[in-house]
Design a protein around this ligand. Structure first.
Ligand code: ATP
Length: 371
């Protein structure tokens, strides 16, 4: 319900200078798992922390949850400092990859458990349990035991158990990690729709870039305890700022270049390329272009002044069903990966190994990376 960068509705989670250091094993240096991060997550956002194993995403989530306390910095949830409060005194709930359901309790009992511990009135418990069962679409399965449910249904019980507490923020730590690919993809859509229905802020940890791109309003890409880039999925995908982000999110072509002026760089073979360089003249940089942003043409084809291009030779052709993947060695020696739609749609040419080609793209689809 909230647009990608909206802050008009307020900030749900604010991290300022948050650092977490763990003592190293005997005598070894301390590990800085999270390194002075600043981050505002808007109310109602589906926000993902994305990065490779060990980047600090889980530790960040656990600090928001209250399972870890920051070594330094402040954590606010809807304006209240919570950095040193225990989990049960924060308006959040966490869903883990291991659903941690009680095997001897029914679906309804699993969901009701937390409320009963808090001595919530029996009628209210029944009503709230029924509400969330409907929300996660488990009607008719209230009296089953967890082992009588599929993996996806168990995950929904875990979600219902968290949502029944009416958290202001739901924290999810790789909640779909245990599911097979098909089910995971179905659950991604379901989770996104669920988040839209309940309208609360979701903070989602994943190492799966596709998952993050599919579900999130915004993504923070992490590495080495730092936030490398925060933005909407299209922003992160189309305008990666660093080589790490470009590589981690999808496939990308990298070409070494030298800055000519604010909107031109020159490739190794001398070809000028139009792109916002953001660097002083003469600086070396890396030009990045996604494989699907590139088109191939025969060299004798009319030159289109609206496009930038290099020449090269086709090295390998791979049929992918709905697309064809080409590896092209450019004259400047860069290996380029090009993905072209399959079929006879107008404007699509197909090539064979050894063919000379013009490799071309719209200037707006190229980016200069910070090294
Ligand atoms: P994964 O996806 O593998 O869980 P992650 O990106 O979530 O990785 P974290 O679990 O946050 O990363 O870990 C970040 C760093 O902190 C790692 O180097 C990890 O070994 C270290 N670390 C995490 N928890 C502890 C702990 N309790 N004691 C010591 N070191 C820890």
């Amino acid at each position: 319900p909230v647009d990608a960068t909206a802050s008009a509705t307020g900030v749900a989670v604010a991290l300022h200078g948050v650092t977490k250091r763990f003592p190293g094993p005997k005598g070894a240096e301390a590990v800085t798992a999270v390194d002075a991060i600043d981050l505002d997550i808007a109310d109602g956002e589906f926000f993902s922390l994305l990065g490779p194993s060990g980047c600090g995403k889980t530790t960040t989530l656990r600090m928001i949850a209250g399972f870890e306390y920051p070594t330094a910095g402040s954590i606010r949830i809807f304006g209240d400092e919570v950095g040193l409060l225990p989990p049960n005194r924060r308006p959040v709930n966490t869903v883990f990859q291991s659903y941690a359901l009680f095997p001897h309790l029914s679906v309804a009992q699993n969901i009701a458990f937390g409320l009963e511990m808090q001595k919530v009135d029996k009628r209210e418990v029944r009503q709230r349990v029924a509400e969330v069962i409907e929300l996660v679409q488990l009607q008719g399965r209230e009296s089953r035991r967890p082992k009588q449910l599929s993996g996806g249904q168990q995950q929904r019980v875990a979600l219902a158990r968290a949502l029944v507490n009416h958290p202001k923020v739901l924290l999810l730590d790789e909640p779909l990690g245990a599911l097979d690919l098909k089910l995971r993809q179905a659950m991604q859509l379901e989770l996104k729709q669920l988040q839209e229905r309940v309208g609360i802020t979701f903070v989602y940890v994943t190492h799966d870039q596709e998952e993050a791109l599919t579900m999130s309003d915004r993504i923070a890409v992490m590495d080495g305890g730092r936030l490398l880039q925060v933005g909407a999925p299209t922003e992160i995908y189309d305008r990666p700022r660093t080589r790490f982000v470009a590589d981690f999110i999808g496939d990308t072509n990298l070409m070494p270049a030298t800055v000519v002026d604010t909107d031109t760089v020159r490739l190794v073979d001398g070809t000028p390329v139009r792109v916002a360089s953001g660097r002083p003249e003469g600086a070396t940089c890396t030009l990045a272009i996604r494989p699907e942003q590139i088109g191939l043409r025969s060299p004798e084809h009319d030159r289109d002044p609206a496009l930038d291009a290099v020449h090269g030779r086709v090295q390998r052709v791979t049929f992918l069903g709905n697309a064809t993947s080409y590896e092209v060695v450019a004259d400047g020696d860069a290996d380029l990966h090009v993905r072209v739609r399959q079929g006879n749609a107008p404007g699509i040419e197909h090539f064979a190994v050894g063919d000379r080609v013009r490799v071309r793209w719209l200037p707006a689809s190229a980016t200069v990376l910070e090294d």
